[in-house]
Design a protein around this ligand. Structure first.
Ligand code: GLP
Length: 244
């Protein structure tokens, strides 16, 4: 779906999320949301905060799982995805902190494998993801599933692509300060979500959106695997859709 600009698109996506939350509230169930970081979803989170403040949207029944976190990463660091989510969403809504899950970037390496299995298990225990938000990196990554990721991959420790680290350099004051690794939900994890929306804005994303939507399916561009699913919608502004 192509919208004239990212603001209109973000409001639509936020409305879809609010509808899921409210419909779950009506039947006394939790809404399980998979969340993403980066510049792309900022407008969606701003609109969710507005819906909370001005229209009484409650997040009491919401359980969230974030896609990824840098490794190693302290949660209180300025660049952590914990800080990002607090600043853009969690500090401004009535979510129960016990319902918030973001991969832990502080674990010793030998504990990560079991931790990743337990992250997957927790998602299953609460009934699976009702909805997953995605952005897309210029390498074609979703979450931090870089080129080479398998379509059935689970939550795991990955090595970041050089282009991804260059794109993150500004946040870290230089590429050399960007962690070389991250913990990410896998493509298989993402695929289990009952509904997936991938968002992309601006000309900068147009070439990778063309590859993701129209290119041959390949682990070289992990987002191409989304072509396999009937539950995926790409939500784009006109600039990001301009090469299609
Ligand atoms: C980051 C995140 C991804 C995000 C992507 C695009 O590295 N791990 O989940 O989708 O890069 O970021 P942006 O939205 O800032 O373009």
């Amino acid at each position: 779906t192509v919208y004239p600009d990212q603001h209109i698109a973000s409001v639509k996506v936020a409305k879809r999320i609010a509808d899921i939350i409210r419909s779950k509230q009506e039947v006394g169930e939790a809404a399980v949301l998979g969340l993403a970081t980066g510049a792309t979803p900022v407008g969606v989170y701003a609109e969710l905060v507005r819906l909370h403040r001005e229209e009484g949207l409650s997040f009491r029944n919401v359980i969230t799982f974030n896609l990824d976190e840098y490794y190693p990463m302290q949660p209180d660091a300025a660049q952590s995805y914990v800080t990002f989510m607090n600043e853009h969403l969690f500090n401004h809504i009535d979510i129960d902190r016990e319902n918030v899950h973001i991969p832990d970037g502080t674990l010793p390496k030998e504990e990560i494998h079991d931790y990743c299995l337990s992250y997957e298990r927790k998602i299953e225990e609460v009934g699976g993801l009702d909805f997953q938000i995605l952005g897309i990196g210029r390498t074609g990554h979703i979450g931090f599933n870089e080129p080479g990721s398998a379509p059935n991959s689970g939550t795991r420790l990955v090595t970041l692509d050089d282009l991804t680290r260059r794109d993150a350099a500004r946040d870290f004051g230089g590429k050399e300060n960007v962690p070389t690794k991250a913990i990410t939900m896998g493509i298989g994890t993402i695929f289990k979500a009952r509904e997936i929306i991938l968002m992309a804005w601006s000309q900068k994303k147009a070439p990778i959106i063309k590859k993701a939507v129209e290119g041959d399916m390949s682990s070289d561009v992990p987002a191409t695997y989304l072509q396999l699913s009937n539950s995926v919608e790409f939500v784009l502004d006109e600039a990001a859709a301009s090469d299609l």
